[in-house]
Write a protein that binds this ligand. Structure first.
Ligand code: MG
Length: 339
């Protein structure tokens, strides 16, 4: 098989500000493996850079099989290193697998696309009035609100005042234990669905302590969870976990992480980084296995060069084409509507 890669610069529709920092552009990497496509998201707070991803790809070597069904054999030979680069290769391998068998991935996994949960749409940190205006304008049924700043309660109150939507908050590791214990009950009074990653990565005991306080909101771990091993380590400490292909290193480990979470009584939110339709559509094929979805990456991007999963409001519509089902966009979607 022939592996190649190229830069995939993505411009964001609006400045994306979360507790980790702000950005207007992301430099992802597009991977091609024969006819398969994959994507790696260079997320700085996971220690990923475009250069690091490309260095990994350059060092992979000849690990391929002629038989595209021997995915586990190839996966076992992937060197350790960049999870995003491994995800890109794993996505491309699955794309080749589906294309050669002539079936969309969700069919190969035995999944019913109608069971995919509705996706949330992300509202990044800004002035509370601006965040509320975004929610009012979009008119969608689920929002993920980025918090972890000085105006968290004001932002949630402003959005709740203009929207009856299901609201989730994501602190992106931005609170201390004491802040989380004080803020969660205040936020819960605005009828929220859950809180994501209230505490810094690694503070499993803090999460367990918060959960035991019974503050009225289910707690999900995101940055703390990369692989199935991390899911197991958080058993009993959280109510749910956030799984992303860019953290697990692709679809195969995401499947293991999803099943591990369910076996341990935890819910799963399937999510993405800022990614084009390549990475997000690959993830969307697993959405029917998960209770919650946060797969709005292509809606945040102005210049997605591909089409794949589409959105009927918050409903995820999976493409019926073989593999991940992504195609080159005929026209760059400059004015994508998400109403
Ligand atoms: Mg998150």
């Amino acid at each position: 098989m022939r592996l190649s890669w190229e830069p995939l610069p993505l411009d964001l529709r609006t400045t994306f500000r979360i507790a980790h920092g702000a950005s207007d552009r992301r430099d992802n990497v597009l991977v091609r493996l024969d006819e398969g496509l994959g994507e790696a998201a260079a997320v700085a707070y996971h220690g990923e850079t475009p250069a690091g991803i490309m260095a990994y790809l350059a060092a992979v070597g000849d690990i391929w099989e002629d038989d595209p069904c021997l995915l586990e054999d190839v996966w076992a030979r992937l060197p350790a290193g960049s999870a995003a680069a491994r995800a890109a290769i794993d996505i491309a391998l699955h794309d080749v697998w589906g294309k050669r068998l002539g079936q969309p991935l969700y069919r190969l996994f035995g999944l019913n696309p109608a069971r995919a949960p509705l996706t949330s749409f992300t509202i990044a940190m800004a002035a509370p009035e601006a965040m509320a205006e975004q929610a009012r304008e979009a008119g969608l049924p689920i929002y993920k609100i980025k918090v972890g700043g000085a105006q968290d309660v004001a932002a949630v109150a402003a959005i709740r005042a203009v929207s009856p939507a299901r609201l989730r908050v994501d602190a992106n590791a931005g609170w201390t234990r004491e802040q989380a214990a004080a803020l969660i009950p205040q936020l819960a009074s605005y009828d929220l669905e859950l809180v994501e990653q209230p505490l810094p990565v690694g503070d499993i005991e803090g999460l367990r302590w918060l959960k035991a306080l019974g503050l009225g909101l289910p707690i999900f771990a995101d940055e703390s969870i990369k692989t199935a091993w991390d899911v197991a380590a958080h058993a009993g400490a959280v109510d749910g976990v956030v799984i992303k292909l860019m953290k697990t290193g692709g679809i195969r480990e995401a499947l293991r992480a999803i099943h591990t979470a369910h076996a341990l009584g935890m819910q799963v939110m399937l999510s993405c980084m800022v990614e084009s339709s390549v990475g997000v559509t690959a993830a969307a094929h697993l959405a029917p296995l998960c209770e919650l979805a946060d797969l709005d990456g292509p809606l945040l991007v102005r210049n997605d060069p591909f089409t794949g999963v589409t959105y009927d409001g918050a409903r995820l519509c999976l493409p019926d084409l073989p593999g991940i089902g992504v195609q080159k966009a005929l026209v760059t979607k400059l004015t994508l509507e998400y109403h």
